[in-house]
Design a binder for this molecule. Structure first.
Ligand SMILES: [Fe+2]
Ligand SMILES: [Fe+2]
Length: 214
């Protein structure tokens, strides 16, 4: 369904697009110093864990859709979130290539664990699937905010760094939208909500710790 913009809305949108384009051009014209060895060392585990997290998220939604995708009310919602996870994964896979970061050696585990958590909670019902999303996206939202705080300590005159921060902020915003969608769709009515949530959050934190290193 396409939304008709009023003439004023269309003008505002054009102005915004032009402003965004000018800002992007200004950023790419910004003089960029190379990253120091120490900064590269700081960025590598961040990019590695973020790629791993997005692999996990991709498979969580894949698992949810495998179980609940037949529900005509849920399917578009799950599909939209899955499509955003696909985009996030592409962002971080491109960054892994660009920065020549060693990817996590445990990718097959992130895939299997993600699918198992997504499908497993979906088998408990729609509310449990949403509780899973609520828990995962809470941890990931905090994780991306922690990274942004850490990156704020590096001098902002490198275009790779500016780009990385932009990607992390965009992903963080979308993860928090996923969290809000899950809460709006009865996550907190899941059976054993607080226990389920605590187990999933702890699992995510442990996976983050491992994926930064391995
Ligand atoms: Fe994501
Ligand atoms: Fe997400």
């Amino acid at each position: 369904m396409s939304m008709q913009l009023s003439p004023i809305g269309a003008i505002a949108r054009r102005a915004l697009t032009t402003a965004t384009r000018q800002a992007t051009t200004a950023a790419s014209a910004m003089p960029s110093r190379p990253l120091t060895a120490e900064e590269k060392e700081k960025l590598a585990p961040m990019i590695r864990v973020d790629q791993s997290g997005e692999v996990g998220a991709y498979y969580i939604y894949k698992g949810q859709i495998a179980v609940l995708g037949h529900d005509p009310n849920l399917r578009p919602l799950l599909q939209e979130m899955w499509d955003q996870e696909k985009k996030h994964l592409k962002y971080f896979s491109d960054l892994v290539g660009h920065h020549r970061v060693r990817p996590s050696l445990l990718r097959p585990i992130w895939e299997v664990a993600g699918f198992a958590v997504g499908a497993g909670t979906a088998l408990l019902g729609k509310e449990a699937a949403m509780a899973c999303t609520e828990a995962v996206e809470t941890v990931i939202g905090h994780h991306y905010n922690d990274q942004l705080r850490e990156l704020a300590t590096i001098k902002d005159d490198n275009e790779d760094l500016v780009h990385l921060k932009k990607i992390i902020a965009e992903c963080r915003d979308e993860e928090l939208e996923h969290h809000d969608i899950a809460v709006a769709h009865d996550a907190q009515r899941a059976p054993f909500h607080s226990a389920l949530s605590a187990v999933i959050k702890q699992g995510c934190k442990t996976a983050i710790w491992i994926a930064e290193r391995v």
